[in-house]
Design a protein around this ligand. Structure first.
Ligand code: AMP
Length: 454
């Protein structure tokens, strides 16, 4: 598919896509939209940044348009579950943007961290689409402000992140309340075993669509590593911000405390910066994100979870102030730049204690990231080719010589993953640029209750 017109979507939707200046469908859109528009269940293996929101939102809007029907009170026709407040907000905004010419169309948002009463009032009339985080959704169901027996389409977005964040039981509870005869669109960046089992239990004869954003995204990203002493990181960041031609910079730290410390350091050096993480109120987070999006704030410091839902085009640089201990997070992080076809730069600071993380990342992405050794304060010896850049004083540079090398996935203490993180993650991921694989799988019997509790 080279044009959105070929999908046969309603004219009002095509008009909204033209408003958005979308011309060509992304691979996940090209493969998902025709299948989802037929009412089939879909497993989409795709990350944020691939255009997956439109991949599910467009066929859903088309369905709502073709089957115009007032939603019942206290219920929704489409339920979208997403792991974070930010991502939920962005999904709701995308539905509003793509559905802007379809009227009336009620898009509701149910997320934690804000008072529940407004959400209860909004749902009292019913909504065509409800985008929700699992915890708040269950609160609404438990307080009898919402019934799930009218759901025609369920979207589960970022299923692997739901697992990481401990939402899997909530998801199972919610799915058990949905009607059996529904369409389910299931998206995950990776497919560890527990996610495969969840998908098998939830989906009926799904079509599997996989795109590999990391290859295509990573290709457009200029990735670099700077080896440094831990103590030099604050001044190194100031230097990077001064010397690089930056537009919007997203700086990642491992901890919330670390994020605040970086902000203080930058502010001291006269550089405006703000942090977004789980300790900030929803209002603060929204204000900071809006400033970043509008270009009023050019440097944003974030932790992995807080950044999960950040969808800002035009991030020119991602700086990994700390390397993530989960290698897949590196892919998620750098995917924040080079979005929607743009180019981007990802610079990672790596201190001695982080060498094992770097090794795991390089193993996962299957490239050696060009490295500059700044521990001696020397300028880059070999700036260009990948392998040459990993040499020091003309000799091959052995990373982590003094660090125990993790053996076949049995990681040292640096590498401790959260319990829920599966060893399978990252392995077995499809290869190739924007590859798309179809796989018809036979559905297993589902075990939904589907009763409306009265
Ligand atoms: P997503 O993966 O859904 O978070 O989308 C990533 C970014 O790509 C968002 O900023 C979208 O607005 C943008 N986008 C999605 N689909 C297209 C498209 N077909 N053409 C251009 N931009 C797109």
């Amino acid at each position: 598919m080279t044009s959105f017109n070929e999908f046969g979507l309603a004219e009002l939707i095509n008009r909204a896509l033209a408003d958005e200046k979308y011309v060509t469908p992304t691979p996940i859109q090209a493969q998902t939209i025709p299948i989802a528009a037929q009412g089939r269940d879909v497993i989409g293996i795709a990350q944020t940044g691939t255009g997956k929101t439109a991949a599910f939102a467009l066929p859903i809007l088309n369905h709502l348009f073709n089957k115009r029907q007032r939603p019942s009170q206290k219920s929704c026709r489409v339920l979208v579950l997403s792991p974070t407040r930010e991502l939920s907000g962005q999904i709701a905004d995308s539905f509003k943007a793509y559905g802007r010419h379809i009227r009336p169309l009620e898009i509701a948002l149910a997320i934690g961290g804000v008072p529940i009463n407004r959400q209860i009032r909004a749902l009292s009339r019913g909504a065509e689409v409800l985008v929700a985080t699992p915890g708040r959704l269950l609160d609404l169901v438990n307080s009898r402000a919402l019934w799930l027996d009218q759901v025609e389409v369920l979207v589960l977005d970022e299923a692997d992140r739901m697992l990481d964040m401990g939402f899997i039981h909530d998801i199972k509870k919610i799915v058990a309340m949905l009607p059996k005869s529904r369409q389910t669109l299931f998206f995950s960046a990776t497919m560890p075993q527990e996610i495969t089992r969840l998908a098998d239990a939830m989906l009926r004869d799904p079509v599997r669509v996989a795109v590999t954003p990391q290859a295509s995204t990573a290709d457009r990203i200029d990735q670099r590593v700077i080896l440094t002493e831990k103590a030099s990181k604050p001044s190194l960041l100031v230097e990077v911000l001064k010397t690089e031609k930056t537009d919007r910079v997203l700086v990642f730290t491992r901890t919330k405390h670390g994020a605040d410390k970086v902000v203080r350091g930058l502010q001291k050096a006269g550089h405006a910066a703000e942090a977004i993480h789980g300790n900030k109120s929803q209002n603060q987070r929204e204000r900071v994100l809006a400033a970043f999006r509008d270009g009023k704030l050019r440097t944003l410091i974030a932790t992995d979870i807080a950044a999960r839902g950040i969808d800002v085009d035009g991030v020119s640089h991602v700086v990994n102030y700390d390397l993530p201990n989960i290698p897949e997070s590196y892919i998620h992080r750098i995917g924040r730049t080079a979005r929607a076809g743009a180019e981007g730069v990802a610079i990672s600071f790596c201190d001695n204690e982080e060498r094992a993380y770097l090794r795991d990342i390089e193993r996962l992405i299957r490239i050696t990231i060009p490295a500059t050794d700044r521990r001696t304060g020397k300028p880059p010896a070999h700036p260009a080719p990948h392998h040459a850049a990993n040499r020091k004083n003309g000799r091959p540079y052995h990373r982590g010589k003094h660090q125990p090398r993790p053996q076949n996935g049995s990681h040292g203490h640096h590498n401790a993953r959260p319990q829920s993180q599966h060893a399978e993650q990252g392995k077995g991921e499809p290869n190739g640029l924007g590859n798309v694989t179809f796989l018809h799988r036979s559905g297993e019997p589902r075990r939904n209750a589907g009763h409306r509790p009265r």
